[in-house]
Ligand binder design. Structure first.
Ligand SMILES: [Zn+2]
Length: 657
């Protein structure tokens, strides 16, 4: 999905309390072993194998990649199994676009291969947006900038009516599905999504194959499920999509798009923009295509054709367990998705490859006699690209067991695209993240990751988890602590034909030193968590986090604010004595409300969720925040009552013996 750098930095970063530790803590034997053993060559081997063939969820190549991960984990000493679900994963049958006025031009939607990259000549899935409505629409085009609410408000002020029109919208800013929702809510008949060179092309730097940026014929595929309303298989909201599962009909799902949508290249967008008239645009609305942008409508008209099948397809999650005889049945779970839109060298395979290397090293430590206190589990998820499907179905299928036994979830998605390290987590893992970063050497082996991440200081800017990858069901549905991490840099190959090994080893991480560093980070995190006698979670982080979340609710009336802050003070009091394992497990459920967020009940965590209009960016206290936004007194009262219940439950769990 969208690069996590953008998503996680929307909300103000969390900073850990001033650490009482040295910036260069002494590593124990196992941590030294991890530092010495992470191998770029091993990681490249996995990346080569897993990104060699395009492997969309539900395809034969995807199944074969699952078998590869399974046998690889077994060779590291893991017990493994493949769990199969059956989800609504539509593939494209016909995607077409032609300009019908002023002149008839059939537009070529295919991406252009790179003569220096054999993978780019493979047969790949068409450029489409999963869950687009099927249909043929012919209409004038309106340019709607990034397709956010404020962009449609601006068009309205300009007297530009999008009803019955096809909206041309730039990627970026918010999750792509919510752009289509906004356009449909304004009466648009169809949407064309494109990567503007200002955001993701030659204006950023050399384009492929001479550089990592998006060339003019490249396209960003991607799901347009309304991700801030629910996750997982759209036809089984809240229950697991097993073979026999009951399924809704697509027409019953308000989180599925109702209009056709096609992703196109900047070259094709430029042809359409060149034939548009109407009001001029200014400032950021003017993009990098070599024409003066106008809003339309028209005079250019286009005809879109979208025909997708409505197939229910199998998907395969690979699960692995690493343990010693004495190990507790409670576990830390490391995971990331395996499925890709095309080859997926960066997204997701950089994450899969480095995570497998971390699992190899941990397997060696256990083989050499280390007995982890907590079990280490690994999950290679499927169908994340369609809507976090594999991880969400697993969480819905095993909810009770996960809440009883899973202590934390570490997500590793498209984790390597440059040297800028970043991480996000629930508040109770912020301190742990700092500790692990203080023990990890960066790709150039100079100093420690923490110093670089914290810009020379010791308090790194840890992001807030909203949505965008497989941690969502753990945090937002089950209340499980989670973190996500990666080392990023600028590139334009996301969800395109050019996200290949060629790009990875030519531009993003030649020599795989960044992958090695991230494998060290992940192995150190899993090792430190699993060896600890008590889960290294910091429940005392919740009180200050809640105080700053409440402070952001500007329109909260004083009495209610005072009441909530009083409950937070009681929670802070309850954290005086360090919580034990049981209390920490009890917190998972205490964070949740059975009714969930009023506007989107799939989300049961009332403290954090993706913003309803952001999709990726996090919103804190979302239920109360949305109720205040609505101004509806009854809704505000209900939301305040639910939140108050959660705060009481958290304090009760932490006070209880
Ligand atoms: Zn991904």
């Amino acid at each position: 999905m969208l690069s996590l750098v953008l998503a996680t930095l929307v909300a103000a970063p969390q900073t850990p309390p001033e650490p009482a530790r040295s910036p260069h803590p002494k590593l124990d034997g196992a941590e030294k072993f991890i530092r010495e053993r992470a191998s770029g060559a091993e990681i490249r081997k996995h990346l080569r194998r897993l990104s060699e063939d395009p492997h969309v969820a539900g395809s034969q190549a995807d199944y074969e990649s699952a078998l590869y991960v399974k046998s690889t984990l077994e060779s590291f000493g893991f017990e493994t199994e493949i769990e199969t679900y059956h989800a609504y994963l539509p593939y494209p049958e016909e995607i077409g676009l032609r300009i019908t006025a002023p002149n008839e031009i059939e537009l070529d939607l295919r991406e252009h291969p790179n003569p220096r990259d054999k993978d780019s000549y493979d047969d790949v899935i068409a450029t489409y947006n999963a869950y687009s409505a099927s249909g043929v629409v012919e209409a004038p085009v309106v340019y709607a900038f990034k397709g956010r609410a404020e962009d449609f408000d601006w068009l309205e002020e300009k007297g530009v009516n999008v009803r019955g029109k096809i909206c041309l919208i730039r990627y970026g800013g918010v999750f792509r599905g919510l752009k289509v929702r906004e356009a449909a809510e304004h009466g648009a008949a169809g949407v064309l999504l494109y990567s503007d060179p200002d955001d993701d092309g030659y204006r950023k730097g050399d384009v492929h194959p001479d550089g990592p940026w998006r060339p003019e014929h490249a396209v960003q595929r991607g799901s347009i499920l309304y991700l801030s309303e629910m996750c997982g298989d759209p036809l089984t909201p809240g229950w697991a999509s097993t073979k026999e599962a009951e399924r809704l009909a697509p027409a019953e799902c308000s989180w599925l798009p109702t209009i056709p949508c096609i992703p196109i290249s900047s070259a094709n967008a430029g042809k359409i923009l060149a034939a548009m008239k109407g009001p001029n645009v200014s400032g950021a609305w003017q993009g990098g295509c070599p024409v003066t942008y106008h809003t339309g409508p028209g005079p250019v008209r286009v005809e879109m054709t979208v025909r997708c099948d409505n197939e229910i397809r199998p998907l395969w999650n690979v699960l692995g367990r690493l343990r010693a005889p004495s190990t507790s049945k409670r576990y830390v779970l490391i995971g990331g998705h395996r499925d890709a839109w095309v080859h997926g060298a960066n997204d997701p395979t950089s994450g899969q490859a480095l995570a497998l290397e971390a699992m190899r090293i941990l397997g060696r430590l256990v083989a050499d006699g280390w007995e982890p206190h907590y079990e280490i589990r690994f999950a290679s998820w499927d169908a994340e690209e369609f809507g976090l499907v594999g991880s969400t179905e697993w969480c819905e299928d095993h909810a009770d067991a996960i809440q009883r036994e899973c202590l934390a979830y570490f997500n590793c998605d498209g984790a390597v695209s440059g040297t800028r390290f970043g991480a996000s987590s629930t508040p109770d893992l912020v301190r742990f993240l700092g500790e692990v970063a203080a023990r990890t050497t960066p790709h150039d082996n100079q100093g420690r990751l923490l110093t670089r991440w914290a810009h020379g200081g010791s308090r790194p800017p840890v992001g807030e988890l909203g949505s965008g990858s497989d941690y969502t069901a753990f945090v937002c549905r089950l209340g499980i602590p989670a973190l996500d991490f990666g080392s990023r840099g600028g590139h334009g190959v996301y969800h395109s034909l050019h996200d290949t090994l060629f790009t990875m080893e030519t531009y993003l991480d030649p020599g795989f030193a960044i992958h090695e560093s991230m494998a060290r980070f992940l192995a150190t995190a899993a090792y430190r968590f699993a060896k600890s006698s008590r889960p290294p979670l910091d429940e005392s982080a919740w009180a200050p986090w809640l105080e700053s979340a409440i402070a952001k609710l500007n329109s909260l009336d004083d009495d209610l604010r005072e009441k909530l802050l009083g409950q937070v003070a009681a929670l802070r009091e309850a954290c005086k004595d360090e919580a034990d394992e049981e209390q920490l497990i009890g917190l998972h459920r205490a964070l949740l409300d059975e009714q969930g967020i009023q506007s989107r009940p799939w989300f049961r965590n009332l403290l954090v969720a993706p913003g309803i209009d952001l999709g990726y960016g996090a919103a804190t206290l979302p239920d109360l925040d949305e109720a205040l936004e609505s101004g509806d007194e009854a809704r505000i009262e209900a939301a305040a009552k639910k939140l108050s219940g959660v705060l009481d439950a958290m304090a009760f769990v932490l006070r209880s013996e």
